[in-house]
Ligand binder design. Structure first.
Ligand SMILES: O=C(O)CCC(=O)C(=O)O
Ligand SMILES: [Fe+2]
Length: 360
């Protein structure tokens, strides 16, 4: 694991104040961060009016790291209350920070919710939960959360993953590894760009795991996008035993390379890690939870970037195991008045990457 620091973008005082005021006003108006069509509409209006300086802080990743840390937000640990022991108990705890994250996500693109996860909320709570210690999900603790693409099983998965830190007293690190920093030979890349294995729904999607509406689509692990390689990777949910020995060996070499270039990012309260989910796989080091209200607490948002062409067009044909990605805004956003659109999995994936979808 490398120790090289992640690129940090420190928000200026004016941008911090802009965000704080906007989030406070929205929370006062709605009293909750649970998304309704009217809240989403007001979030979009507010985000559209943000200063160019704030928007510039939120520009796309611009280095091969495939990530950055936005620093400088206010998180007052005293007023926040105790860390919940489950997302289901979190409710509106830290709602001001949910709204802040939703605003930032809306500047960066189109926030995504999942009907089958955390009550369909756009901002998830990532906290260790009793009984889930050994899982490969955000609720685990004692196991290494192995490097993965977020929601890798689904064609409507995020382009950007945002992790906003509320509390991290023990400096527990998120891990991140960029495909743009690995070294692989051409033969391995050629093998791993072939659609040979499925990626099955992870344990956060129990309903999708019971899906019987079609066989699991075979997907490539690597993809040659216009600006370089992208990846779709989740070894814990990939049936590698079904692969040929040569394929398995290539996959292992990719895993080893990702481990070699992996870096640890330990977030402080008020920092938001922004990860490009096409370039970077993320995970987390193991830790011991206390369940006494002082545990690590992150807020998470997933974001689609309209017009991005970082994925194979064939993803448009995937069933997504019956899970619908719910995008906060109609693609064009302007004037449609359509907020919180639940769309079919195939639609969710196809249009953003289609050559004629957007001028980009
Ligand atoms: O806890 C972390 O640092 C990352 C957890 C994770 O994989 C996620 O929230 O998607
Ligand atoms: Fe994750």
């Amino acid at each position: 694991m490398r120790t090289a620091a992640a690129p940090v973008r420190t928000l200026d005082a004016h941008s911090v104040a802009e965000l704080r005021q906007a989030a406070q006003e929205l929370l006062a108006e709605f009293g909750t961060s649970a998304a309704s069509a009217t809240l989403l509409e007001r979030v979009a209006q507010t985000a559209d009016a943000f200063s160019d300086t704030l928007r510039h802080h939120c520009r796309p990743v611009d280095t091969a790291d495939g990530l950055y840390v936005l620093a400088g937000l206010d998180v007052d640990g005293h007023n926040l209350g105790p860390t919940p022991t489950s997302w289901a108990d979190a409710g509106d705890r830290g709602a001001l920070h949910d709204i802040t994250l939703l605003l930032l996500a809306t500047v960066m693109g189109n926030p995504i919710a999942w009907e089958g996860q955390q009550d369909g909320r756009y901002v998830h709570n990532i906290v260790p939960s009793p009984g889930h210690e050994d899982e490969q999900t955000g609720a685990s603790s004692t196991v290494l959360l192995s490097p993965h693409t977020e929601d890798a099983f689904h064609p409507g998965r995020a382009h950007l993953l945002m992790l906003s830190c509320m509390r991290n007293r023990d400096n527990i690190a998120t891990t991140a590894a960029s495909i743009r920093q690995v070294r692989l030979d051409e033969a391995d890349i050629a093998l791993l760009t072939r659609p040979l294995l499925p990626i099955l729904p992870d344990d956060a999607y129990t309903e999708a795991q019971g899906f019987d509406g079609g066989s699991p689509p075979l997907v490539p692990t690597l993809f040659h996008a216009q600006d370089g390689l992208t990846l779709r990777f989740d070894p814990a949910y990939t049936p590698l035993a079904d692969a040929s020995p040569a394929h398995r060996a290539a996959y292992r070499r990719l895993e080893d390379e990702l481990a070699r270039v992996s870096r640890a990012v330990s977030l402080n309260p008020g920092e938001v890690l922004v990860v490009d989910n096409d370039m970077v796989v993320h995970g987390r080091v193991p830790f011991r939870a206390r369940y006494d209200g002082t545990d690590r607490w992150l807020k998470r948002a997933s974001v689609g970037v309209p017009g991005r062409r970082s994925r194979p067009l064939a993803e448009a044909d995937e069933h997504g195991y019956g899970q619908a990605a719910v995008e906060a805004y109609d693609r064009s956003r302007a004037g449609s008045g359509a907020y919180g659109q639940s769309r079919a999995a195939t639609e969710a994936s196809g249009a953003p990457d289609a050559p004629d979808a957007h001028a980009s």
